[in-house]
Design a protein around this ligand. Structure first.
Ligand code: PLP
Length: 380
C-alpha cells in the first residue's frame, strides 16, 4: 500500500523527487491567502495525491496543519497511524475527516482511530447518532450538504427535513459543516455564486461547527468563499488552482527517467508497437525505463515531451508498459549516453503540461505516479 521509502530502489528506471519543503511553502502561501481567521484543512486522500501520505502528512503537520481530510475509512486509519508514529502530541491530536461519509458498520473503526465521518444523508446521521447513544459518548462528526454537485451530501429535501425536525441532530457533536464547489477553477462560472448563496442558506439551518467550503481553487475565488476552514488538496502539491492563469504555487514533483539505450537510425524505419512513428531523416532514439505501468500514460504516445536540460525531446511511437522512446536527434551525444536522465516531469514540462499532452488533468497525472520509482523526499 505505501510506496517504497527513499533509496529503496537504487537501481530503479526513474527517480521521483518530491519536495516536502515546497509543499510546506504552498501550505503557507494558501494560509496567507485566507482571510480573517480562516483555518487550513489539508486534503491528503489517495496517498496524498500519489505523493506518499507517510511523508507528506507529517510535513504538513510540521507546517502547522491540525485538520486533515481523506476520502476513505482505510485511508483515515492509516493516516491516524502515521500521525501517531510522529509521537508529537499536537500531531497525534489532529482531526481526520472522512469525506466518503460513514461506511455501513464501520462506526467502531471510526471510534478506534478517532475519525470524523462527514455525514451526507439522514441515514448516516441516524446511524452515527445511534452509535453515539449506544456508547454514551457524543463523538465528533461533520455534515456534508450538497449545493450542486449531485454526488455526496444531504440533498435539499433531506436538508428541509433536518430544518423541520431538529431533533434528528440533537446531541450530535457537529464540528464541521461542508459543501463542495463544482466549478471553482473557473472564476467566471455562474455556478460559483449559486453554490455560495446555497451554502449561506445551509448555514442558517446548520449554524453549528466550522463552515468549510473552499477547495484549492475556491480559496482563489476570494474571501466570500473562505468561511472558517478551507480544504485545499492539489495546490499543496504544486498545481495551479485557476485554469488559464499563471501558477503561483511552488513546484513539488520532478520525475527523471534513465536512458537505457540509444539507437542510431540512418534509414527510414518505425518505432515501437503498432509502428506508429516513422523516422524519415537520420537521427537517434533514446529508450527510457518507465512506461504506462508507472503512470506515464499511454495517451502520451507521440504526444508527450521530455527534456534533457532545456532541450525538448518528443515522445515518438507508443508508450509501452515499461519503456518510452524519445527522439534525441537534437541533443549533444554526450548527454544521451545510457544512465543519463530525461525529465519526464520537470522545470520545463510541469505536471500541467504533461496532463495537457495526455488529454487529462494534473490530478490524474499525480495520482497515477507508480510505485516502481526510486522516491526521493527533499527537505524532510
Ligand atoms: C478532493 C476534495 C477536495 C480538495 O480539492 P482540490 O481541488 O484538490 O483542492 C476538497 N473537498 C472535497 C470534498 C474533495 O473531494
Amino acid at each position: 500500500m505505501s510506496p517504497p521509502a527513499d533509496n529503496a530502489a537504487p537501481h530503479a528506471g526513474a527517480i521521483l523527487s518530491i519536495d516536502l519543503g515546497a509543499i510546506q511553502a504552498n501550505y503557507k502561501l494558501l494560509q496567507e491567502r485566507l482571510s480573517g481567521g480562516a483555518e487550513m484543512g489539508c486534503v491528503v486522500k489517495a496517498d496524498a495525491y500519489g505523493l506518499g501520505a507517510e511523508k507528506v502528512a507529517p510535513a504538513l503537520a510540521r507546517a502547522g496543519a491540525r485538520v486533515f481530510f481523506v476520502a476513505l475509512t482505510e485511508e483515515g486509519i492509516r493516516l491516524r497511524q502515521i500521525l501517531n508514529d510522529t509521537g508529537e502530541s499536537a500531531f497525534v491530536q489532529a482531526q481526520i475527516h472522512i469525506l466518503g461519509g460513514l461506511m455501513k458498520g464501520a462506526e467502531e473503526a471510526y471510534d478506534a482511530s478517532r475519525l470524523i465521518p462527514v455525514l451526507g444523508s439522514l441515514d448516516e446521521i441516524h446511524d452515527w447518532k445511534d452509535f453515539c447513544r449506544r456508547i454514551d459518548t457524543p463523538l465528533p462528526c461533520a455534515l456534508h450538504v450538497d449545493t450542486g454537485m449531485l454526488r455526496l451530501g444531504l440533498p435539499p429535501d433531506e436538508l428541509d427535513k433536518l430544518a423541520e425536525e431538529p431533533a434528528r441532530i440533537e446531541g450530535l457533536d457537529v464540528v464541521t459543516v461542508i459543501s463542495h464547489l463544482a466549478c471553482a477553477d473557473e472564476p467566471e462560472h455562474p455556478k460559483n455564486a449559486e453554490q455560495l448563496a446555497a451554502f449561506r442558506q445551509v448555514r442558517k439551518i446548520l449554524p453549528m461547527g466550522r463552515a468549510s467550503f473552499a477547495n484549492s481553487s475556491g480559496i482563489f475565488l476570494g474571501p466570500d468563499y473562505h468561511f472558517d476552514l478551507a480544504r485545499p488538496g492539489v495546490a499543496l502539491y504544486g498545481l495551479g488552482p485557476t485554469l488559464g492563469e499563471p501558477n503561483s504555487m511552488a513546484k513539488v514533483v520532478r520525475l527523471q527517467g534513465k536512458i537505457a539505450q540509444v539507437r542510431d537510425v540512418d534509414s527510414p524505419q518505425t518505432v515501437g508497437y503498432g509502428a506508429t512513428h516513422r523516422i524519415k531523416e537520420p537521427g537517434r532514439i533514446a529508450t527510457v525505463l518507465a512506461g504506462y505501468a508507472d503512470g506515464y500514460l499511454r495517451s502520451l504516445s507521440n504526444k508527450g515531451t521530455g527534456y534533457i536540460g532545456n532541450i525538448p525531446v518528443p515522445v515518438v511511437g507508443r508508450v509501452s508498459m515499461d519503456l518510452i522512446t524519445f527522439d534525441v536527434t537534437n541533443v549533444p551525444r554526450h548527454l544521451t549516453t545510457p544512465g543519463n536522465m530525461i525529465d519526464l516531469i520537470g522545470p520545463h514540462n510541469p505536471v500541467e503540461q504533461i496532463a495537457d499532452e495526455a488529454g487529462t488533468i494534473g490530478y490524474e497525472i499525480l495520482t497515477s505516479l507508480g510505485n516502481r520509482y526510486r522516491r526521493v523526499y527533499i527537505g524532510e
